[in-house]
Ligand binder design. Structure first.
Ligand code: SF4
Length: 236
């Protein structure tokens, strides 16, 4: 890949300027990392045709195509026929999901199905900061649910909803808000906690910092949840 210093690079719609180069990256949308044969073929064709030097699987279960010439960006997008996966403003950046009971012997819940519904529900939602979601089909948590802003963990009795996790430079293990929920109830609770976060967090305040500042007891009270999970179980 040729590095040509041009600073700052002009903006190109649907692409991210690569610092210190005259090339761009794009991130096609792949909900929960699920990809079809047609999409794989389209990606391979674009990589060859436009001589794209780097195709990178990201931690958010997307594919970044890096090193595209500015003039090629529109044609690459047109050939792929895929939506954009990069969040362009504060909101849900990605939903990552493990294979769950569709493809893993340990799976206790349908993490891919719930991940798809989460993508659908929260795509484009405006929030104070970026929000990452991790969905795991069993407590082994391959979807990294406890270190995502919103986490869902499948257990035999249903979904556990986790809030306020972070895997960045100041990692935090998220707090469990409720357990034993069916998919509809889990999605409803995710919607409520995101609305509370949207209405009360400072701009750019990630959920982990929001929970640290407010305390999880305050979040639970605002959502009308019992003070602890044990108390919730006793009420069932
Ligand atoms: S979290 Fe559980 S269901 Fe999901 S991939 Fe890991 S072991 Fe399988």
């Amino acid at each position: 890949m040729t590095i040509t210093r041009k600073n700052p690079a002009p903006k190109v719609k649907g692409a991210i300027a690569q610092r210190g180069t005259d090339s761009y990256a794009i991130v096609p949308r792949l909900p929960s990392g699920v990809i079809t044969a047609d999409q794989l073929e389209a990606l391979a064709k674009a990589i060859r045709q436009y001589d794209i030097p780097i195709a990178k699987l990201t931690s958010g279960q997307r594919i970044a195509l890096v090193g595209i010439k500015a003039d090629d960006v529109p044609a690459v997008w047109a050939g792929l026929g895929m939506g954009e996966g990069r969040a362009v403003k504060h909101g849900v950046h990605y939903v990552q999901a493990c294979p769950g009971n569709a493809a893993c012997g340990y799976g206790q819940q349908d993490s891919l199905g719930l991940g798809a519904r989460l993508e659908e529900m929260f795509n484009g939602l405006d929030l104070p900061a970026k929000v990452k979601v991790g969905v795991s089909g069993c407590p082994m948590c391959c979807g990294e649910s406890y270190v995502r802003d919103i986490g869902l963990v499948g257990r035999k009795n249903g979904w556990t909803v986790v809030f306020g996790g972070n895997a960045g430079g100041r990692p935090r293990v998220g707090d469990e808000l409720a357990a034993g929920l069916d998919a509809d109830a889990a999605l409803a609770l995710v919607g409520r906690v995101l609305a509370h976060y949207r209405d009360n967090a400072r701009k750019c305040q990630r959920t982990a910092r929001f929970v640290e500042a407010r305390g999880i007891a305050s979040v639970r009270a605002a959502l009308d949840l019992p003070e602890t999970l044990a108390e919730a179980a006793a009420q069932d």
